[in-house]
Write a protein that binds this ligand. Structure first.
Ligand SMILES: [Zn+2]
Ligand SMILES: [Zn+2]
Length: 246
């Protein structure tokens, strides 16, 4: 098996340096991805610095991986060599516990993260269990996919979990990296989107990303006018033009 070429830190807060390792034979349930792009998430930095006390060195970060499938284990399902795929925070789960069987693989008691006890995507290749390697539509720009695989899914899942309908009124608190994506998802879904920020300087950007209203919570009266409002907007805000933007 050809060595994997990566960038690794050898100690907490250490600089990333070229690092090679032999991944061994591919496991039956694993997929090997040739990495074309990998995002940098703040969790990569927390792991790099051992902020959570669970980093192992040499440490290879990277859990917003975009690339193509180059090898499949004998039991890997649903993917083809050459397919465009993405890999996010999780890389393995048992597939047989109640959580895995109910579609909540991320809550599996034995779930393995892509960069915890494993080497991540700051490398030319990375491996993960087939079920965590997700096909990517051709329309997606591989250079922009990364954040969707971590922060993106983090803010997308609540829209599903809470059954948010296109007629809902959605508030996004904090317009940082995750908030940027949440505003776009909620807007494209058709919702009335409110951005809550502590900084006036973020207003223009929030509106550009899909906020219909921006509230600076440092202003004493900002929240008073919103008090008691329903999660569903008052008619007639669902103008046909807005629906057509979805
Ligand atoms: Zn992340
Ligand atoms: Zn499980």
């Amino acid at each position: 098996m050809t060595a994997i070429h990566a960038y690794a830190a050898t100690s907490a807060k250490g600089a990333l340096q070229p690092f090679e390792f032999d991944p061994g034979e591919i496991k039956p349930d694993e997929v090997e991805i040739s990495v074309s792009h990998c995002g940098i998430c703040h969790s990569d930095l927390s792991m790099l610095d051992n902020d959570w006390g669970m980093s192992a060195y040499p440490f290879v970060a990277g859990h917003e991986v975009a690339g193509t499938v180059v090898a499949l284990g004998s039991d890997a399902k649903g993917l083809k060599i050459g397919q465009r795929v993405g890999l996010g925070w999780s890389a393995h789960s048992c597939l047989s516990c109640p959580e895995c069987l109910s579609g909540e693989h991320n809550l599996c008691p034995t779930t393995q993260a892509t960069i915890v006890g494993r080497h991540g995507g700051f490398a030319d290749r990375v491996r993960a269990q087939w079920t965590w390697v997700r096909p990517l539509p051709d329309e997606l720009d591989m250079a922009k996919v990364g954040p969707l695989l971590c922060g993106g899914v983090t803010v997308f899942s609540p829209l599903l979990i809470h059954n948010i309908s296109p007629t809902a009124r959605v508030g996004v608190i904090g317009i940082g990296g995750l908030g940027h994506m949440a505003l776009q998802f909620a807007n494209k879904w058709g919702c009335e989107v409110h951005a809550f920020t502590t900084s006036d300087s973020k207003e223009a950007e929030a509106r550009q990303l899909g906020a219909h209203y921006v509230h600076n919570t440092r202003h004493p009266d900002a929240l008073k006018s919103l008090s008691g409002r329903n999660p569903c907007p008052d008619p007639p805000r669902m103008a046909p033009q807005r629906l057509m933007l979805c």
